[in-house]
Design a binder for this molecule. Structure first.
Ligand SMILES: [Zn+2]
Length: 209
């Protein structure tokens, strides 16, 4: 992030350097956030809020960094040819996302399974794929589908199953104010969609504790 102004340093007392806040660039997210803070009835110049607009911008850019992620680059060098043809499962992948309707967090766990067709993905790459789609403005249904479709297009397995359990702050803090309800979504492709037995088997493996 280019900073619009050089950070000025002023000496308050001998040996003490105080960092002065650069004013947010006009039109930047930080400048808009300063205006939001003011419209909420707060004083963006008071001590605790001085750098808040810049912090919000930084946080938002991180939380939406998935837009810059390229799934092919993520798995680059981690696609392997194998004879293995049993199901591969990565369970309990934590994720944090933001609902596109309220820009409030939703978070939870994703379970990813696929039935290889001569190709597998390095296991550590699967959580990174999840992050690439979670760090965007999302809805849980689309997040679930995108993870499944991406694995499908990367390695053309015989089947992909993705199950996502999440809690939504827009449900917990506002609206219906339900703190303990999980939303569950799933995406089933190929063999997991076509064969009930195969699907039941993978769901049992995902739930097995
Ligand atoms: Zn929402």
């Amino acid at each position: 992030m280019p900073r619009n102004k050089a950070t000025a340093k002023i000496v308050k007392s001998p040996g003490e350097l105080i960092e002065m806040t650069p004013t947010p660039a006009p039109g930047s997210i930080a400048a808009h956030m300063e205006s939001v803070i003011r419209q909420l009835g707060e004083d963006p110049t008071r001590d605790g809020l001085v750098n808040t607009p810049q912090r919000i911008e930084k946080a938002l850019r991180y939380l939406t960094s998935g837009y810059q992620a390229d799934p092919r680059k993520i798995v680059n060098g981690a696609l392997f040819e194998v004879e293995y043809d049993e199901v591969v499962i990565v369970r309990d992948i934590e994720f944090f996302s933001m609902c596109e309707h309220h820009m409030l967090p939703f978070y939870g766990k994703v379970h990813v399974a696929y039935l290889p067709n001569k190709k597998v993905i390095g296991l550590s790459k699967i959580p990174r794929l999840v992050d690439a789609f979670a760090r965007r403005l999302q809805i849980q249904e689309r997040l679930t589908q995108q993870i499944a479709q991406t694995i499908q297009s990367l390695i053309a397995p015989k089947g992909v199953a993705v199950v996502c359990q999440a809690r939504h702050f827009c449900m917990m803090m506002r609206g219906v104010e339900k703190q303990h309800s999980d939303a569950v979504t799933s995406a089933m492709l190929g063999a997991f969609r076509e064969h009930k037995e195969t699907r039941d088997e993978v769901l049992a493996l995902m739930n097995h504790r």
